[in-house]
Ligand binder design. Sequence first.
Ligand SMILES: *[C@@H]1O[C@H](CO)[C@@H](O)[C@H](O)[C@H]1NC(C)=O
Ligand SMILES: *[C@@H]1O[C@H](CO)[C@@H](O)[C@H](O)[C@H]1NC(C)=O
Ligand SMILES: *[C@@H]1O[C@H](CO)[C@@H](O)[C@H](O)[C@H]1NC(C)=O
Ligand SMILES: *[C@@H]1O[C@H](CO)[C@@H](O)[C@H](O)[C@H]1NC(C)=O
Length: 386
Amino acid sequence: MAIQRYRSCYRSRKITSSKRCTLWLSFILFVLVLLLIISYFQTSIYQSFQELDDSIIYKKPWYLLHKQKVLVPVSINRLYDYRVVCDGQSEILNQTELVNRLSTVCKINLNGSLNINLNPPNDFQLRSSLTSKYINLWRASNSCSIFENETLAIIISYRDREKNLKMLLYNLIPFLERQRIRNYKIFIIEQQASGSFNKGRLYNVAFNHLMRTSKPTCVIFHDVDLIPENGQNLYSCLSLTHHPLHMSANIHFDINGSYTTIYSFLVGGVLAMRPETFIRLNGYSNRYFNWGGEDDDMGLRFLSKDICVQRPTTGYYYAAFHSIQTRNPNRFKLLFDATLRQDSDGLNNIDQLASVKHQYEYPLVTWITVEWIEQDYSSVVPKKQT
Ligand SMILES: *[C@@H]1O[C@H](CO)[C@@H](O)[C@H](O)[C@H]1NC(C)=O
Ligand SMILES: *[C@@H]1O[C@H](CO)[C@@H](O)[C@H](O)[C@H]1NC(C)=O
Ligand SMILES: *[C@@H]1O[C@H](CO)[C@@H](O)[C@H](O)[C@H]1NC(C)=O
Ligand SMILES: *[C@@H]1O[C@H](CO)[C@@H](O)[C@H](O)[C@H]1NC(C)=O
């Protein structure tokens, strides 16, 4: 409409004489200036997220609410109240039925209690062939036919945590053997790139690599410092429908001995799902460096794809102690446009960012080293989303 008016003004060559035309032109000019001002403010507000820190995030929610109107598809200040767990009955996954089936079909009697051993013996070495003696010691006589069609991959992201990793494996392997899950493999995905740690990238690289090689039917993404405490916490996707399983909802810290029940939004720690679900989510984000954020980003991915998680009744873990990690100061900024980035940041662009360097086979684990293809871009301001 306005453009037609402008054209007719132009054609009649009465721009200076006609009052109407002047009015229309100034109106168009006004709109243009307004758009410019709006886009300027959007940019500058976005850049100011750089300066956000935890004190603002938690103590000034109104500040975020204000910002959120402009750019954020989700309300970050209420992030931790979001429900990622399924509603009603399906919130909890009761493993009792499967445990009972194991008992009737394979005569496996799994009681819940487990003795965690925090001090592996000195000859329990991650990359030594001598360690196979422990596998032989733990190896159950036969696997259970219930798991015969499942190929399980346990993926552990890793760098510089040898003590934690030994402690985990020393407990995890006999735990799996007791469940008679034989068709499993443990993959240690080690970041060899220097610079900040990036768990999301390691998980994505590992996943794509495994889908090309061992083709698991169930994947479990596992933090290196969490040790399962309940023998009935079955490491399997058999009882899952399409819902992923957040296994580590109750964590027991050795600092104060109490259990912390995780907020309803969290999906970090130990997360099991079928590969098709992980592909639908486009994996993890590749952009979170250092500690924190990539799991909450995953929570948002679940929400935006309308996928809810279940939590098993047996999901109790012991959190092994380690030194405090460097926090990611960018994490809240990244969470603001997490769902907008979801389909372009994850499994489908990891091949441009990172690659598998070597794969080594040891008695305990398959060890995969990963390096970055491109530079660390964690400090680059994300492109403005409109
Ligand atoms: C799980 O289901 C069994 C019956 O199948 C029931 O006896 C048990 O109480 C349930 N456990 C929980 C924690 O709901
Ligand atoms: C539970 O099972 C473990 C290993 O199978 C066994 O050592 C332990 O005695 C059992 N505990 C109870 C209370 O039955
Ligand atoms: C495994 O797959 C085969 C072939 O599809 C099927 O006959 C068998 O019942 C399956 N086993 C289990 C435990 O589901
Ligand atoms: C125990 O320690 C953990 C980790 O520091 C903390 O999150 C939790 O709130 C603590 N619980 C109590 C009861 O102090």
